[in-house]
Write a protein that binds this ligand. Structure first.
Ligand code: NAD
Ligand code: 6OH
Length: 496
């Protein structure tokens, strides 16, 4: 067990965060503000990469493929990745502080989930890359001497990694680690809302002696900024992106001209199905977690909770009581829920709270903004909210909201539950709560999603496939799936 984190000051207080290009920190040019969602204060400024700096980063990444990095063996590369994990752990408290400063998430979550997972991602992919086997097929030939086919895995080349703001470090490293393990070079762009943990990662990459240009970091926005410049760049070979489905569509258009390989983890409108035979308390605690974790800002969060009729009223009453009991507060307050990422995201979520009312929903709890009477009123806090009574085609039931809100509705049969859960354009995750193992398997198999949990939520084994169907993405990450995306397999046929 790790000791509780020491609370250290935000490492970039009053500073300007640089980009990292070709092994050099660059802080010339335009900058933008990094605002705390806890109190609305300016916490740092950030160097915005323009098209010229993006081009330099891609050029540096291309050259680095031909340098010492390209000549390292897999064990040598993996040893470097392990050092990255060790340095993240050595600077753990700074990473926690940086992640919290950008997002306002709770100390508990940042120190138990976000930052440990960053280090774990580097270790996991070092292990997986080392353990990867090649295919080999012996074949017959007319002369009877035969031939041997074997595959080698080459890097794809220059990889763009574009990450969102909700689990910034976890999701950035979830792509950077396998990309590097496979021998690629990386140009990473974190969300404009969350530059700080990525800036620390750039420092760590320098500390472990990664050759210049192997890991480049660009800060900036999407359209008209570093994100678009990177995804349009003709010399980027592949893009690994996590974010909104609409952004995925825009990136696909940008990437089309140079026919880049794409891995997309996109939005969700995930269902939880609670059967009457479920362990009531476990289902209740799990559903509270799956709806409200990270203030509802996890792509896997349940925004639609369907409960079997015999326990519906009791479950909904308990869920609303649980939501009312959640403490909202600043990261170090010991609260359960921090703020949303920004005021503008809060405006969007509040828009759905209003819409739920106008769509004839009944707000069972929450529905507004908490008042603290202190500097937190300058932040982006919002109340956890539960709605019932919406029609299944209401926008609040159909569209991803990405805040601490769910709609609850009853179901009367297994078939109806399956139909309701699948009646969406998204297909990321589902959570099933039942004590009947046959049913669990039968229903899970019918879920049109990439990930289903039975009697839990967000329980992760990094070797398993992770991703979504329909609007929720293209491809899978995790284990061998990430290694496959970040590698070009090549067959060598030797006539014997
Ligand atoms: P977003 O799509 O707004 O931004 C994600 C990243 O893309 C940011 O770095 C942003 O700067 C960049 N970007 C935006 N427009 C771009 C463009 N035109 N070209 C290139 N880059 C561009 O997403 P967000 O608001 O940061 O994150 C929330 C969304 O992410 C939600 O929809 C959520 O469901 C999704 N998400 C999905 C997963 C998953 O694994 N499926 C995980 C986390 C978040
Ligand atoms: C989305 O917000 C959460 C994604 C989680 C992962 O990609 C993971 O690997 O756990």
């Amino acid at each position: 067990m790790r000791p509780p984190p020491r609370i250290v000051p935000y490492p970039f207080a009053g500073a300007r965060l640089p980009c990292l290009v070709g092994g050099e920190f660059v802080s010339a040019g335009r900058q933008f503000d990094n605002i705390s969602p806890v109190d609305g204060r300016l916490i740092s400024t950030v160097t915005e990469a323009d098209a010229a700096l993006t081009d330099r980063a891609v050029g540096a990444a291309r050259s680095a493929l031909r340098g010492p990095w390209g000549r390292l063996s897999t064990p040598e590369r993996c040893a470097l990745l392990r050092k990255v994990a060790e340095r993240i752990e050595a600077r753990f408290d700074e990473f926690v502080s940086a992640e919290i400063a950008d997002t306002g998430k709770t100390l508990q979550q940042a120190s138990a989930l976000d930052i440990p997972r960053g280090a774990a991602n580097f270790r996991a992919y070092a292990d997986l890359a080392l353990a990867r086997a090649s295919e080999c097929f012996e074949m017959g030939t007319p002369d009877g001497r035969g031939a041997l086919n074997y595959s080698v895995h080459k890097p794809v080349g220059v990889v763009a990694v574009i990450a969102p703001w909700n689990l910034p470090f976890l999701l950035l490293t979830w792509k950077v680690a396998p990309a590097l393990a496979c021998g690629n070079t990386v140009v990473a762009k974190p969300s404009e809302e969350t530059p700080s943990s990525a800036a620390l990662l750039a420092e760590v990459m320098q500390e472990v002696g990664l050759p210049p240009g192997v890991f480049n970091l660009l800060h900036g926005f999407g359209p008209g900024s570093a994100g678009e410049a990177l995804t349009r760049h003709p010399d980027v070979d592949a893009i690994a992106f996590t974010g909104e489905s609409a952004t995925g569509a825009a990136i696909m258009r940008s990437a089309a001209d140079s026919v880049k390989a794409l891995s997309f983890e996109l939005g969700g409108k995930n269902a939880a199905l609670v059967f009457a035979d479920a362990d009531f308390d476990a289902a209740l605690a799990g559903t509270l977690r799956s709806v409200f974790s990270n203030c509802g800002q996890v792509c896997l969060c349940s925004e639609r909770v369907y409960v079997e009729r015999p326990i519906f009223e009791r479950f909904v009453a308990a869920l609303a009581a649980g939501a009312r009991a959640l403490r909202i507060g600043a990261p170090y307050d010991g609260a359960d829920l921090g703020p949303l990422i920004s005021r503008s995201h809060r405006d969007k979520v509040l828009g759905y709270y209003r819409l739920a009312r106008s769509e004839q929903g009944e707000i069972l709890c929450g529905g507004g903004v908490p008042r603290f009477g202190d500097e937190r009123d300058g932040g982006a806090f919002i109340e956890p909210t539960i709605v019932r009574g919406l029609a299944e085609d209401a926008r609040c039931v159909k569209e991803e909201i990405f805040g601490p809100i769910c709609h609850v509705a009853p179901f009367d049969s297994e078939e109806q539950a399956v139909h309701l859960a699948n009646d969406t354009r998204y297909g990321l995750a589902a959570a099933l709560w039942t004590s009947n193992l046959q049913r669990a398997h039968r229903v899970a198999r019918q879920m049109e999603v990439g990930i289903a949990w039975v009697n839990d939520w967000f329980l992760r084994d990094l070797r398993t496939p992770f991703g979504g169907v329909k609007l929720s993405g293209i491809g899978r990450e995790g284990g061998a799936h990430s290694l496959a995306f970040f590698s070009e397999p090549m067959n060598i046929c030797v006539k014997l």
